[in-house]
Design a protein around this ligand. Structure first.
Ligand SMILES: C[S@@+](CC[C@H](N)C(=O)[O-])C[C@H]1O[C@@H](n2cnc3c(N)ncnc32)[C@H](O)[C@@H]1O
Length: 240
């Protein structure tokens, strides 16, 4: 009884690994996360060209974008039970996730539930290219060198926690939602990033709609941040 969780990379289907494509092609049942009923799954859109839709069932599992932990837990239990039942029926199952499964992924909730209640299921995790490595490649930039430190920060939570990380790192990767970037840009100026620090912002990395802009911090403060969607990344380098 096997379940493979597959990191589908940032968006370009050519960035899946050979092993990921092999497991997708062999799957009887594919599970893929989405935030709302009827909303297309991004992970599915990345993997679709490798799925044999005449022999594979595809199930969208809902992971609502809410902060109520009790409601979320009910949903995680329901989703993991659906997957467990399918694995127990003898099917070859695959769970798709964007980027890499170890980084802010819905997979973590499924995995925890399966470990608690279905530890008979053999789980394989296939890594994917995380969004920020695809971002660095598209921007043709290095994230850190030598003794520099790198922080990864979700931009949409506690600003004090963000301030603490920003103050102690040489480069910061901000994830999760470009609509929050304006408030973290303020924090950069307060925590040792000079006016000439280089900030790169991207949205929809590695797909046709990609937006990518590099600016100095002083210029960014006076213009509208170009990222207005959930699928956005901002990288700030203290020393240019
Ligand atoms: C729930 S996290 C998933 C991260 C993913 N597991 C990874 O390895 O990159 C979603 C966040 O990842 C970032 N992200 C993922 N793919 C992206 C892309 N193609 N372009 C820009 N940002 C992306 C955005 O910051 C988005 O809000």
């Amino acid at each position: 009884m096997k379940l493979s969780c597959i990191g589908c990379g940032p968006g370009d289907p050519d960035l899946l690994t050979i092993k990921a494509v092999d497991r997708i092609k062999k799957a009887d049942a594919i599970f893929t996360p989405t935030s709302k009923e009827g909303k297309p799954s991004i992970a599915l859109s990345i993997a679709r060209k490798y799925i044999n839709e005449s022999t594979t069932t595809i199930t969208n599992l809902i992971f609502p974008m809410i902060k109520d932990k009790d409601l979320l837990k009910v949903q995680w239990k329901t989703n993991s039970q659906i997957i467990a039942d399918t694995v127990h029926s003898g099917k070859n199952c695959v769970y798709l996730t964007v980027g890499d499964p170890s980084l802010y992924s819905t997979w973590n909730y499924i995995h925890n539930e399966l470990k608690k209640k279905h530890d008979d299921i053999d789980i394989e995790i296939i890594p994917g290219i995380p969004s920020f490595f695809a971002f660095a490649a598209q921007a043709k930039m290095s994230l850190v060198e030598g003794d520099q430190t790198l922080g990864i920060v979700p931009a949409c939570y506690d600003l004090d926690k963000i301030r603490h990380t920003v103050a102690s790192c040489d480069s910061i990767i901000f994830l999760k939602d470009g609509r929050y970037f304006d408030s973290v840009i303020e924090i950069l100026s307060e925590t040792g990033f000079s006016d000439n620090s280089v900030i790169t912002i991207a949205q929809d990395v590695s797909v046709d709609e990609e937006i990518l802009e590099t600016k100095k911090l002083k210029d960014l403060r006076n213009t509208k941040n170009p990222a207005g969607k959930y699928f956005s990344i901002m990288v700030a380098r203290k020393n240019g």
